[in-house]
Design a protein around this ligand. Structure first.
Ligand SMILES: *Cc1c(COP(=O)(O)O)cnc(C)c1O
Length: 341
């Protein structure tokens, strides 16, 4: 397969239009058979539910080339399952999980020329999403929906190695205790935009959100879950009903336990204990793990021992093992990597 003439290792994380996308429409209570199309534009009513009341959910995963030249995606079954859970909470119809995986595969196959070659650090980012498309003015869910999947090539998240970032404890809240924090919905991002712009203006890379109810427990950032490592090498991740269940974080916890033989804990993490951890990282599909070097909390700083130049040793091992499994350099014991044939 001839690849597009793209400078893969200098790509940023931006949208580039690719050749084909998948579309399926839900009308009169049923999904149509779906198809790959070329048109990247969407025409809808000015009063579409998604435009007025933000009835929209999404997923994110990556396709890439392994060491032995296979095109693969990572655990798409979990994205399918998570979109279904988001749909239920948002009063949207579930797009059947096996059809979700098939749609992702069709889009990757149709845009194979945009799947970056092995070793470039770049990937093909895949964005499945669904939204309410018919006109709705009185507040209620839409009746008609569109499910789409597009793909866009993105560059290596860290150019020249993963440097630890500095985050701040936010004064804003991300998710309410009985709200929508556990689903992947655009609305959770809309309300985080002001908080992230504010953090960037103040010179921070990301926000750490605490639980909105008590402001004593660690939740997550705008788009990544936390992983901590204790001084005796236990891997700890916060448990809460308002955290989005990151597939990367769940995979890293399994890697910690089953590949590295480390003790793992998913439990409430009080902000007060964060200063006692040895390492801190953010996990998500885009970066796998971004090491956190420093946390700023209203005039006080928590500095992790690994410093601002490199990842902590356990974080590095987790990162190397998971990316090794993804790239086909380490045995895929649990069948996480799915080949696109
Ligand atoms: C998507 C997302 C993550 C990361 O999930 P992955 O499945 O690992 O990509 C974490 N937090 C939020 C709020 C998200 O939307």
């Amino acid at each position: 397969m001839d690849k597009k003439n793209i400078d893969w290792s200098h790509l940023g994380f931006g949208y580039i239009k690719t050749d084909k996308r998948y579309v399926s429409n839900y009308t009169e209570g049923a999904w149509d058979e779906g198809a790959l199309i070329e048109d990247d534009m969407i025409t809808m009513s000015e009063c579409a539910c998604v435009l007025q009341y933000s009835q929209t959910i999404f997923e994110g995963l990556k396709a890439y080339t392994t060491e032995n030249g296979k095109t693969v995606v990572f655990r798409p079954d979990l994205n399918a399952e998570r979109l279904a859970s988001s749909a239920k909470r948002m009063e949207m119809p579930v797009f059947p999980e096996e059809r979700f995986i098939d749609a992702v595969e069709q889009v990757v196959r149709a845009n194979e020329a945009y799947v970056p070659p092995y070793g470039t650090g770049a990937t093909l980012y895949i964005r499945p999403y669904m939204f309410g498309i018919n006109p709705v003015i009185g507040v209620k869910p839409a009746d008609d929906f569109q499910f789409r999947v597009f793909a866009t090539p993105v560059g290596p998240y860290f150019k020249g190695g993963a440097k630890p970032i500095t985050i701040k404890v936010s004064d804003f809240d991300r998710a309410a205790p009985h709200g929508t924090g556990f689903i992947k919905a655009g609305l959770n991002y809309a309300m985080s935009l002001h908080a992230i712009v504010t953090a960037h203006k103040e010179g921070f890379d990301e926000n750490m959100y605490l639980d909105a109810g008590t402001r004593t427990k660690v939740e997550e950032t705008g788009g990544a879950n936390f992983l901590f490592v204790t001084k005796d090498n236990k891997v700890v991740t916060p448990k809460s009903n308002s955290i989005l269940p990151s597939i990367t974080r769940r995979s890293l916890m399994t890697v910690a336990k089953e590949y590295l033989g480390l003790e793992v804990e998913e439990r409430e993490v009080f902000f007060d204990e964060v200063k006692d951890f040895a390492e801190c990282g953010l996990c998500g599909t885009a970066a796998v793990i971004s090491p956190v070097g420093k946390i700023y909390d209203h005039g006080k700083e928590i500095c992790f021992p690994a410093g601002m130049e490199k990842m902590g040793p356990v974080t590095q091992k987790l990162y190397d093992t998971l990316t090794g499994i993804q790239m086909g350099r380490i045995e895929d014991k649990f069948g996480w990597v799915r080949e696109i044939k």
